[in-house]
Design a protein around this ligand. Structure first.
Ligand code: IPE
Ligand code: IPE
Ligand code: MG
Length: 242
């Protein structure tokens, strides 16, 4: 158990802290981190990949059941080809590393997003890592070629393919890439932008939102703890009167 116990518990004043099962990160600011240092953007993504590994371990230490990271959006293909290639190269390195050198702290991996855009070789690596990691207790979603709108369209198309003519909210929730998982309790965005950029559109309706100016490669355990402190200070009402 880490610094924080995020399961519902009594506070000193007798109230209860909200439980946190799912934290999601919009890992933004890699390019600006590199620019500040006079480095190419690709170096920012490399430093971002290291921060990603560090922050996932930090969340495991804090016993958070599910972590989602936004690694690449459906819109990020519009970036210069060399940058897209650099990000994909880092992704393939991450997959190889995960398959060949298991880390001490591991998570059960799920990929969120349309994987049909990836080569058969990359898709095979993705399938292998999902299978190999399936027994770990903590879970990690990697949103790659992910869009919140694409997620909803994918769910609706799956329902049409099943022959549904009328659908419920539960039908949509259970056909999203996150099917069966709790919605994010807290979404953290680094890099100083106050927007969601097509992330978890359906799932974020009641998420608490935490924005920080910290650039993603600089993200530290301390920043995570600050976000968790913020979360525990919130009163979640879900439309009710408390
Ligand atoms: C986030 O960092 C990583 C991806 C979107 C792939 P950016 O590359 O968006 O960094 P900034 O926002 O340009 O600093
Ligand atoms: C959001 O960051 C996507 C990821 C972090 C993967 P962007 O940098 O693409 O978002 P915008 O363009 O600033 O909205
Ligand atoms: Mg950005």
């Amino acid at each position: 158990m880490g610094l924080f116990s995020l399961k519902k518990k009594k506070t000193e004043s007798g109230g209860t802290k909200p439980p946190l099962r799912h934290i999601a990160f919009i890992m933004d600011g890699n390019g600006r981190w590199a620019k500040k240092r006079g480095l190419p953007r690709e170096m920012g993504h490399k430093a971002g990949a290291e921060a990603f590994r560090r922050i996932v371990e930090c969340c495991i230490d804090r016993d958070i059941e599910l972590v989602t990271v936004y690694a690449f959006s459906t819109e990020n293909w519009k970036r210069p080809q060399s940058e897209v290639d650099g990000i994909m190269k880092l992704f393939v390195e991450y997959l190889h590393d995960g398959l060949e050198n298991p880390r001490q702290k591991n998570s059960k991996i799920r990929f969120l997003g349309d994987n049909s855009r990836f080569s058969p070789e990359i898709r095979e690596l993705m399938e292998r890592i999902v299978e190999k990691s399936s027994h770990y207790p903590h879970a990690l979603n990697i949103a790659i070629n992910y869009g919140g709108r694409d997620d909803i369209v994918y769910a609706v198309n799956s329902l049409i393919a099943e022959g549904k003519t009328e659908i419920t909210e539960e039908d949509i929730s259970s056909h999203l890439y996150t099917s069966g998982q709790p919605d994010p309790d807290l979404i953290v965005r680094t890099g100083g932008e106050w927007r969601l950029s097509n992330f978890l559109t359906w799932q974020s309706t009641y998420s608490e939102l935490f924005f920080t100016n910290t650039l993603w490669p600089d993200m530290s355990d301390k920043d995570v703890d600050e976000a968790l402190e913020f979360f525990t200070s919130r009163q979640r009402r879900f439309g009710q009167v408390k």
